[in-house]
Design a protein around this ligand. Structure first.
Ligand code: 6PG
Length: 240
């Protein structure tokens, strides 16, 4: 298993947390390309990472070796890629359309397909990609967010998908009230198959989940990187 110790970086506000996340992305990308010739990152979804994507597309753009970057997605909503709720669509509008990452190195989950078929295709693609991983570590950086209920990617508390240990990507369902019920998600072992896991959480709505995460075994508290697990939070989310 990964390095269970969590490093918590508490930043003054949301902007500072976004800046710290973008800076971590840049540093890990440069180190990975220097050491292994590529940087493999899984982007998170939802609203939180969008300002980070914007920083990476503007002020931090020229510091990332985009030609050697592979971008995956920790999860996806089962909607077409141009849907406003698509994690790929949000990342494309804020980041991927603005940086020279080769299209063949953007590995989106096909939310437009029937969930089972999309999961099988993504599972097969990720399994094949994993076979090319230098020293057997799949991701250099796994970017995650946290739901107010303590979910991460599309692994929701109490959902049987949390116990999946064979599939790398699976179809699952979000609880009532969540945006888009049908989801695709990387499974827990895959989310942790990263040198560094970086969770970005801002705002008071995440505070309870972060506080309870470890003690209550919430999904967000069960992802640990092989080398580092970093929670980048603002004061509102941490209650400092
Ligand atoms: C998703 C994300 C999910 C997200 C949290 C937080 O598809 O929704 O992958 O895990 O990180 O739901 O979402 P917000 O950033 O919008 O609060």
């Amino acid at each position: 298993m990964g390095e269970a110790r969590v490093e918590v970086q508490v930043l003054a506000d949301c902007d500072a947390a976004n800046e710290a996340t973008a800076e971590l992305f840049v540093q890990l990308a440069r180190d990975a390309v220097r050491e292994r010739g590529r940087f493999v990152v899984a982007l998170s979804g939802g609203k939180t990472p969008q300002p980070v994507h914007a920083l990476l597309a503007t002020s931090h753009r020229d510091r990332v070796p985009w030609e050697q970057v592979h971008a995956w997605f920790g999860d996806e909503r089962c909607v077409p890629p141009d849907d406003r709720a698509s994690n790929f669509g949000m990342a494309r509008r804020a980041l991927l359309d603005h940086v020279p990452i080769p299209p063949s190195q953007v590995h989106r989950l096909q939310g437009e397909l029937a969930p089972g078929l999309a999961a099988d295709r993504a599972d097969a693609e990720l399994r094949a990609f994993a076979a090319t991983a230098p020293d057997g570590v799949l991701f250099d950086l796994m970017m995650l967010g946290a739901g107010a209920d303590g979910h991460t990617a599309s692994l929701f508390p109490g959902n049987k998908s949390l116990e999946e240990r064979t599939r790398m990507v699976m179809a699952t369902r979000a609880p009532d009230g969540m945006e888009v019920k049908d989801r695709l998600t990387m499974t827990l072992p895959v989310l942790s198959d990263a040198r560094v896991v970086a969770l970005l959480a801002t705002g008071t709505s995440k505070r309870d989940a972060l506080r309870r995460a470890e003690a209550d075994g919430l999904p967000v508290g069960r992802v640990h990187g092989r080398e580092r697990t970093v929670w980048i939070v603002d004061r509102d989310a941490w209650g400092a």
